[in-house]
Design a protein around this ligand. Structure first.
Ligand code: ANZ
Ligand code: ZN
Length: 802
């Protein structure tokens, strides 16, 4: 055969697929459907990264296989194109973000095209298209009308460099996720979305979906449902009661002090009573500079100040206890105040040790004295030093004390969530305008749906103002408007939506991307939703995945979408690291450019390599040798053309192997085991080379199984061999379960324990038949009297002769 020229082969087939519209999704809703989704990329200026092809190839494999199995497949692609890096680039280079986006999209698209993905490009979407964000704004109006969007003065995370408010999730280890600069707290009026109202629904929804375990667990932890009690402590001589949230009301007799968050409103309220006010002020100042993350780190040295002048009273035993402030108590959780039980809470224990506070054991069972170590085991502990709770288990004591508190009117059962409402405003230009006006008389008024889309106007400068307002605030003509409600003067909202907005519903738009009357037609949504398989990065588990489930669930409640959960199945891939095992980055100089690999080795080699690199869910280090190994494998497949003989049947000696390989590859493609599927195909071609022959039937099956991984080379060989049609149009090979089992086995025939011959028998052949055959094989040696016949099933027949 001619040498394998990947460049020629790949451009040739990419053109054929385009011309034939090979992977176009059909609108024939009578066929069974399959919706495979990958996270659409942010078209950054850096172009495609070698990390992108890993998830894309995996679901391209699934999509190609499904088409061959007769499904109508939706496997779409688009651009999550609003966002900060584009805006920052536009500012620095004096280019409109629209143009930056257009250029970046073109480059990305070219790169994806060169990788041979079977996306239906007719359904391409871009979150920055007016025809798209019209519906993002429409959903926002629905949220607003449902009372789920509201404005609030919020201490927000403020990036000092990007000059933008960040959601908690965008602050990583105290710095801005995007630029790495310091993040400080700043109080600003922000649009908020009440995702907390959906906390329970988002939690329960997880029971009905097929997500990989680690994704489910981290969603659950992020929602953070916790049940316990709120308890009121009297402040001695004051009218106010100090309410705390505790998950361990059973430990109430072990409370030795109280702690309020440094931001607790009682502190200013009782300023006059607090004798060490100056200490309090300077402590508060120090705490305000720390992020919640730093404040709640377990290992951290505890700090705090006692409020000299305030005393609390324990409602169950009347004991007077001191009140402290400390930054390990957050204002944003529970009531912003806690009852401290140092014997049984780790942070309280550390605090008590540091400040010499008493430690009272109320749950017995600790192997050492509670002054030596905290005791937190709730399974085995028994209540002590606790009056009417003594002798009870922790669970029993919780119930009893909660009933007691409720009856006395000093407490009640309470559920809390870690989940916070979603800060939905950004003081930036490159985002969806929020379709709201502010009227002095009517307050915040939604613009009428008929006025959507509210287009992002062109501005002179994209720079945010120094006081942190969006650049849109400079545009007086645009900002000044009339109130849709009373007709009086009003001002447009100048904040824009965060980047998470467009990606919170994009999977719906793909089902009907050009619809200008609805976000998608009912028929399209009924047919395509939910997404059958969604794969994406672990880093999006708590943000994008939760946000999009929230919007979708809301749209379900609004009867816009037909199902409560958007994704039936969610899987997650590991990262591709540099060859040194570290994250790829410019500064480490270990970045691999996919364009170079495609040019030098071919898209099929890159695809095969990224699937072969290791277990899909784990991160894996890049290796140039590994790339070369995959290239050699494809060359060996190519050269099989030279040894093809015979007809469309499988040869007798390879029949089992063929059925086994079809079974293994088919199953492995379904269960994220792409690497072992490829290994099985490598093993199969070794068999062909051992015999120096492959039948047409065997070759066709191999090419079909390999096609989803390496689509170009397999189509090319198929055509060169003169096989009919195209692989993408044929049916996925079937295997026969019976034929995957080795049907004949070899056993030894012994006379008096010495092997005299071997015998091929059927695996399930009866004992008597085996012995008869064995005797026949060694008939000429059976010269004496046979006194015994022993059969060790599947292994030996021993004939004892005298
Ligand atoms: C007394 C106690 C005794 C507690 C004990 C724990 C163990 P989760 O499960 O996360 O909900 N807590 C309450 N509000 C807090 C706040 N704003 N900042 C910091 N800590 C706060 O944890 C609830 C527990 O965390 C509560 O139960 C409280 O300490 C603390 F043996 O109350 B506990
Ligand atoms: Zn008005």
């Amino acid at each position: 055969a001619v040498p394998y020229n990947h460049r020629e082969v790949e451009t040739k087939w990419q053109k054929i697929w385009d011309d034939e519209k090979a992977f176009q999704t059909s609108d024939d809703y009578s066929k069974p459907k399959y919706y495979a989704l990958v996270e659409f990329p942010y078209p950054s200026g850096q172009g495609l990264h070698v990390g992108h092809p890993r998830p894309y190839t995996a679901l391209d494999i699934v999509s190609r296989k499904r088409r061959m199995q007769g499904y109508n497949v939706l496997f779409p692609m688009g651009w999550d194109a609003f966002g900060l890096p584009t805006e920052n680039y536009a500012i620095n280079n004096h280019i409109h973000p629209k143009i930056v986006t257009k250029n970046n999209v073109e480059r990305f698209k070219g790169q994806l095209h060169a990788l041979g993905y079977s996306f239906d490009w007719d359904r391409e979407i871009n979150t920055t298209d007016v025809g798209y964000y019209k519906w993002t704004q429409w959903i926002f109006l629905k949220l607003f009308k449902a009372g789920l969007a509201y404005k609030a003065e919020m201490p927000i995370n403020w990036c000092t460099s990007c000059k933008v408010g960040l959601a908690n999730e965008e602050v990583v280890n105290g710095v801005c996720e995007r630029c790495g600069s310091e993040v400080v707290r700043k109080v600003k009026s922000q649009w908020m979305l009440k995702i907390t109202e959906y906390a329970d629904k988002l939690l329960e929804g997880l029971d009905s979906v097929d997500y990989v375990e680690r994704v489910k667990v981290s969603q659950k932890n992020w929602i953070g449902k916790s049940t316990g009690a709120e308890v009121d402590f009297v402040l001695k001589g004051k009218e106010d009661k100090m309410t705390v949230y505790t998950t361990r009301p059973d430990t109430l007799f072990g409370v030795t002090y109280m702690v309020m968050s440094p931001e607790h409103p009682f502190i200013d309220k009782y300023k006059e009573d607090i004798k060490n006010w100056e200490d309090v002020v300077s402590y508060r100042e120090m705490a305000s500079k720390k992020s919640d993350f730093e404040r709640t780190e377990l290992a951290k040295d505890k700090t705090g100040v006692m409020l000299d002048g305030l005393t609390a009273v324990n409602p169950v035993n009347g004991k007077e206890i001191p009140v402290w402030i400390s930054d390990y108590v957050l204002m944003s959780y529970g009531t912003g105040a806690i009852m401290a039980v140092p014997a049984h809470d780790e942070r309280d224990w550390e605090f008590a040790k540091k400040f010499n506070m008493p430690i009272i054991e109320v749950v017995a069972g600790s192997p050492v004295d509670v002054n030596e170590a905290v005791f937190t085991d709730v399974e085995t502990g028994i209540l002590v030093n606790s009056d009417f709770l003594n002798g009870l288990s922790v669970a029993e004591a919780k119930d009893k004390i909660t009933a007691f508190l409720t009856e006395k009117g000093i407490g009640h059962k309470k559920t809390n969530f870690k989940l916070r409402d979603w800060v939905f405003s950004r003081q930036r230009y490159w985002g969806e305008p929020i379709p709201i006006v502010k009227c002095e008389k009517c307050g915040y008024v939604p613009i009428p749906e008929s006025e959507l889309p509210l287009e992002l106007p062109d501005v002179e400068s994209y720079m945010p103002t120094d006081n942190g307002e969006s650049p849109l605030a400079h545009m007086t003509d645009w900002v000044k408007t009339t109130c849709p409600c009373c007709g009086g003067p009003a001002m447009r909202e100048t904040d824009t939506m965060p980047q998470w907005a467009g990606s919170s519903w994009y999977f719906l738009r793909y089902t009907d991307p050009k619809n200008d009357r609805e976000l998608a037609s009912k028929e399209a949504l009924n047919y395509w939703m939910p997404v059958d398989w969604y794969n994406g990065g672990m880093e999006h588990t708590t943000l994008h995945l939760l946000y999009s489930r929230f919007w979708h669930r809301f749209l379900y409640d609004e009867k816009v979408v037909p199902c409560p959960e958007p994704y039936k199945k969610r899987t997650s891939h590991g990262m591709i690291l540099g060859s040194n095992g570290e994250k790829m980055s410019k500064s480490r100089g270990n970045v691999v450019n996919p364009d170079d690999i495609v040019r030098d080795y071919g898209a099929d080699t890159l695809r095969t390599y990224e699937m072969f690199i290791g277990a899909f869910e784990l991160s894996a280090a890049w290796s140039e040798d590994g790339v070369k190994g995959c290239r050699r494998f494809l060359e060996r497949v190519w050269k099989l053309q030279e040894i093809v003989t015979g007809d469309d049947a499988y040869s007798k000696d390879l029949e089992v192997k063929m059925h086994q390989t079809i079974k293994k590859v088919s199953n492995d493609f379904e269960s994220l085991k792409y690497n072992t599927a490829i290994a099985a195909m490598m093993a199969l071609i070794n068999e062909f080379y051992k015999k120096n022959a492959v039948t047409n039937g065997e070759f066709k099956t191999l090419l079909t199984l390999l096609n989803p991984v390496a689509p170009h080379i397999t189509e090319e060989i198929w055509q060169r061999m003169g096989y009919e049609g195209r692989i993408y149009q044929i049916t996925w090979p079937e295997y026969d379960e019976e034929k995957t089992k080795e049907s004949t086995i070899e056993i030894a025939v012994q006379i008096n324990g010495k092997t005299r011959a071997t015998l091929a028998i059927a695996r399930d052949e009866e004992k008597d038949a085996v012995i008869a055959k064995a005797k026949e094989t060694v008939a000429d040696k059976l010269t004496g009297n046979v006194v015994k016949e022993i059969y060790v099933p599947g292994r030996i027949v021993n004939i004892v002769m005298k």
